[in-house]
Design a protein around this ligand. Structure first.
Ligand SMILES: C[S@@+](CC[C@H](N)C(=O)[O-])C[C@H]1O[C@@H](n2cnc3c(N)ncnc32)[C@H](O)[C@@H]1O
Length: 273
């Protein structure tokens, strides 16, 4: 496998034979930083649930709107947790197009995501990239990358977009969110988008896709609306609260994708009082 495909952007220490969350996601988003194994599992899942492609785009569109909303509230520094492989509309591009002095720290555990982030960010002094597991909030918050760039006396926008469904209940997602919440000052914001569905909505046709992804890439935990809301403990949710992604402050008819409006995802933004 290794001799067949190792593009020059691939870090030496990664296993080209195992799909990763970040690379499969990159493939679904139309990116170029993925391998044959990622595309194979990605295609298999999409064959069972074609609408998933729209759902993924909804997460990216939610990220864009959440960042723009935070910018409108005066936020100028962002901590993007589980930031993924850079693609179109990255947080620093959105933020720095409003304010060239906006600061962003990207954090991801995936070596390809981090290597590509570092490559495109060379020379941008106001953006740092950290490779670590976001479940260890202390390690993230005390890192040089975070401490040298973010000012904890000023509000911070924390982003957990399409991340927490990769954190099982046994790893205490509430506790992880609370660790970040307790570290940021009043007036800070948190954005979460999350895979989930309500009672009676699950379509058995999706079972195969779920099994393929869980076995091939990573176990996912779908959470109900109330469970997503509970992650915002200690925050005041901004309107419209926890919503289907396309219904969270849509900015154009394109955001209101009827196909996927009611499918498998929620998003919300909260403000720390
Ligand atoms: C579905 S992608 C979302 C990427 C990006 N937030 C977006 O919305 O486009 C999830 C990302 O979270 C990262 N991730 C998952 N669990 C993680 C963890 N425990 N620590 C750090 N990153 C994690 C994956 O590597 C992947 O890049």
């Amino acid at each position: 496998m290794d001799s067949v495909e190792r593009p020059n952007w691939a870090p030496d220490d990664i296993d080209l034979g195992r799909p990763s969350i970040a690379r499969v996601y990159d493939y679904w988003l139309g990116g170029a930083h993925n391998f044959a194994v990622d595309r194979a599992v990605g295609d298999k899942v999409l064959a069972d649930v074609p609408v998933l492609k729209s759902v993924i785009l909804n997460h990216r569109a939610f990220l864009r709107r959440a960042v723009r909303f935070m910018l409108s509230q005066g936020i100028r520094q962002f901590l993007d947790l589980g930031s993924g492989i850079p693609t179109v509309g990255n947080v620093h591009e959105i933020a720095q197009s409003t304010d060239p002095d906006a600061r962003v720290v990207y954090v991801d555990v995936d070596p390809v995501a981090v290597a590509h982030s570092r490559a495109i960010l060379t020379g941008n002094e106001l953006v740092n990239v950290l490779q670590t597991d976001v479940r260890d909030a202390k390690q993230v918050l005390e890192s040089t990358e975070v401490q040298s760039l973010l000012d904890f006396d000023r509000p911070i926008g924390v982003l957990m977009v399409a991340l927490l469904h990769f954190v099982p209940d046994s790893d205490d997602p509430h506790g992880i969110v609370a660790d970040y919440r307790d570290a940021i000052p009043s007036g800070s914001f948190l954005a979460i988008s999350h895979a989930g569905y309500e009672e009676g909505e699950w379509d058995p046709a999706w079972d195969d896709a779920k099994t393929t992804y869980n076995r091939g890439v990573s176990e996912m935990t779908y959470r109900r609306k109330q469970e997503v809301q509970a992650l915002f403990d200690g925050f005041e949710l901004v309107e419209p609260g926890v919503a289907r992604l396309p219904l969270w402050r849509p900015e154009s008819p394109d955001d209101l994708d009827e196909n996927s409006a009611h499918f498998l995802s929620f998003g919300a933004v909260g403000r720390k009082p």
